[in-house]
Design a protein around this ligand. Structure first.
Ligand SMILES: Nc1ncnc2c1ncn2[C@@H]1O[C@H](COP(=O)(O)OP(=O)(O)OP(=O)(O)O)[C@@H](O)[C@H]1O
Length: 298
């Protein structure tokens, strides 16, 4: 399957020695919902802004359908909602929708108005008088209305209430199914991502540390719990490569890349969640996945 969003050697330097992102390569096919996760300052927003064409790479390239995103002809293929919402405070919600229609002939006016009415957003209220969560809802509705191939959302759930969060995720899923677009969304709430995302990009200190299909990552790792004496080699437990480990005086808990090789019976083997995998790699910035290429596979 051809990649709709791909990056090669992508990097952004903000100051002489300060790189926000470095040497980032990945390929995402159409129809994927990608979780972009990582610690504060790890480069997620930088990657999203580069993918949206809002800033130029210092090195490398990020493309939508093969077109570098800083080019004008890529702009209509990408919709982006950043942490600061791109809305005019003096416009009413209806005027914002009209603005979308005027600036983009392909804009889905009817669908956007329907969505906003369904969310109970007053169309005649000015943006400045909306709550933070309502502003987010409007910005996301406008982004989805663009009918872009790639939708980029930077922490979209951060100021939504507990009912609005799953509703937004459901809406994203429906949009992906209907239009086969690709969604890349950053979030710190891993449990919410598990239900909707099929792929993971994990950033660590400005680098892409892990990428892959979430099902593969979960199937390819295990948590081992055993006596600390069984953990003699920090790099391996038997044939299984160690990602990260925590030890107490008596017990070791180790995240490993799992193969079907036999294991010392002193270890109890547990399946992992997405949270286990993400936390394990975040604790161990030098760990990479040996067995698979660092790509979101087709
Ligand atoms: N405009 C800027 N000028 C200088 N440095 C910047 C700028 N924007 C980001 N950085 C730096 O680049 C690095 C990556 O920042 P970025 O905002 O991409 O991280 P993030 O993963 O989105 O963080 P968070 O989860 O806190 O939103 C950080 O060290 C940050 O300080």
């Amino acid at each position: 399957m051809a990649a709709v969003l791909d990056a090669t050697g992508l990097g952004k330097r903000y100051a002489l020695r300060r790189w926000g992102l470095r040497n980032c390569s990945f390929a995402v096919p159409a129809g994927r919902v990608v979780a972009l996760v990582g610690a504060n300052g790890s480069g997620k927003s930088t990657l999203l802004r580069l993918a949206a064409g809002l800033t130029r790479p210092t090195e490398g390239v990020v493309r939508v359908d093969g077109v570098p995103t800083y080019r004008r002809d890529a702009l209509s293929r990408v919709a982006y909602v950043g942490q600061t919402k791109p809305l005019y405070p003096g416009f009413t919600v209806a005027e914002m929708v009209r603005f979308g229609t005027v600036t983009n002939p392909a804009f889905d006016k009817r669908g956007t108005l329907e969505r906003l009415r369904g969310l109970g957003i007053p169309l005649d209220r000015t943006v400045s008088r909306l709550s933070g969560g309502q502003r987010t809802q409007v910005a996301i509705a406008l982004a989805l209305g663009k009918r872009a191939d790639v939708v980029l959302l930077d922490e979209p759930m951060a100021d939504l209430d507990p009912l609005a969060r799953p509703a937004l995720l459901g809406e994203l899923m429906a949009t992906v199914e209907e239009r086969a677009c690709t969604v890349l969304l950053s979030s710190h709430v891993l449990t919410e991502l598990t239900d909707v995302c099929d792929s993971l990009l994990l950033m660590n200190e400005g680098a892409l540390q892990v990428s892959g299909l979430i099902d593969d990552l979960i199937a390819g790792h295990r948590l081992l719990v055993g006596p600390v004496e069984a953990y003699s080699d920090p790099g391996r437990v038997g044939a299984h490569a160690v990602v990260s480990a925590r030890t107490t005086e008596r017990q070791a808990t180790v995240l490993v890349e799992w193969s079907d090789a036999p294991i010392d019976p002193r270890w109890v083997v547990h399946p992992v969640t997405l949270t286990d995998v993400v936390l394990g790699y975040l604790r161990s910035p030098d760990a990479t996945i040996a067995a698979r290429p660092r790509q979101v596979p087709a």
